[in-house]
Design a protein around this ligand. Structure first.
Ligand code: AVJ
Length: 326
């Protein structure tokens, strides 16, 4: 396993976390970056989210893979050896469907899962060793851009990049363009990108997926405050905050917030800041954009990709789009 962005002494880069937290909570409209959800506890909570009856995204994408694995594997393999790179792999539940199919088609590839959670990558490496020992695996722990740079240096063959699970939805529109353009700059003609997006649908369905009855999503969101307490020696009283999620059908975006139920002050020692919250003041913690298919095709087009094949689930609520490099 390769761990990027570590200090020489082996500790994680908590100064970047401290800086981002201080910066986000120092703004007039407070924000915290959603990539910090995924510490050990956050990754476990996200696993539970994926099993919730309301969170349809994962099940829909699994269906896309189950129904189209033969065709996907066939399209990837034409062209000889390739690196299968999985950005934000997590537990790789969907990718494993593809790995099994690629193996049975005797495809020549290696698998490079990339994730911000070291714990998730350790578990994934172990489970792949058990379930698919014939597949060559090298897991990378780090943020997307660090990982892309590492890949540039270390994985120079043909690439098939996976960006699944509607992870693109976390980006604001301009950020997603920046992100896809920089991905494009690491790819060459013949390389591919398979991107999973959650499609626009009944707002009630979307809303419930981010505000589940059992409160798992609330716990996932609020874990960010627990994480700041743990890692940055802060004194958030988490009971004095609550989860709130709304869907904007004009923009097609789910936004999640942490809301302070009372006026209060919090001291974040390792970030060297004191933060005041008014009663009912919000911290914006996440965007989850929902796309229409023409939007996705246009986004790809703008960033140097051409949509080749669109794979759907049976309800056409989720799509995985296979792009080639233009
Ligand atoms: C992992 C970013 C795709 O936005 O649906 C789930 C994260 N947040 N419930 C999403 C998430 C709240 C998820 N992504």
């Amino acid at each position: 396993m390769i761990e990027l962005g570590r200090q020489n002494d082996g500790s994680t880069d908590s100064s970047a976390f401290a800086r981002d937290v201080a910066q986000g909570l120092g703004q007039k409209q407070k924000t915290l970056p959603s990539r910090y959800f995924y510490d050990g506890t956050g990754s476990r909570l996200f696993q539970k989210i994926m099993e919730l009856p309301e969170y349809y995204l994962t099940r829909s994408e699994i269906e896309v893979f189950e129904q189209n694995k033969y065709e996907m594997a066939r399209q990837f393999s034409g062209g000889g050896f390739f690196h299968l790179i999985d950005l934000g792999a997590g537990d790789a539940l969907k990718t494993k469907i593809l790995l099994k199919e690629l193996s049975s088609q005797q495809s020549n590839f290696d698998y490079v899962p990339v994730d911000i959670s070291g714990e998730a990558m350790k578990q994934l490496s172990e489970s792949l060793q058990q379930e698919l020992p014939q597949v060559a695996v090298e897991a990378v722990v780090g943020e997307y851009f660090q990982a892309l740079e590492w890949l540039q240096e270390n994985k120079s063959g043909r690439k098939v990049l996976l960006f699944l699970g509607s992870n693109i939805g976390n980006f604001e529109t301009e950020e997603s363009i920046d992100f896809l353009q920089s991905i494009r700059s690491y790819l060459k003609p013949g390389d591919r990108l398979l991107m999973g997006v959650d499609l626009r649908k009944n707002p009630d369905t979307i809303l419930k997926a981010y505000d589940d009855a059992a409160g798992v999503t609330a716990a996932f969101n609020l874990n960010l405050l627990h994480r700041i307490n743990r890692e940055l020696d802060a004194d958030f009283n988490v009971d004095q905050f609550c989860h709130h999620a709304i869907y904007n059908p004009l923009e097609g975006v789910m936004r999640s917030f942490i809301i302070s139920k009372v006026a209060q002050d919090v001291h974040i020692r390792k970030a060297n800041v004191r933060v005041h919250f008014d009663a009912w003041e919000a911290i914006h913690t996440e965007n989850s954009y929902k796309y229409s298919l023409p939007q996705v095709a246009e986004l790809g087009q703008k960033c140097g990709f051409a949509a080749e094949t669109v794979f759907y689930d049976s309800r056409q609520g989720f799509a995985d789009i296979l792009f080639s490099v233009r």
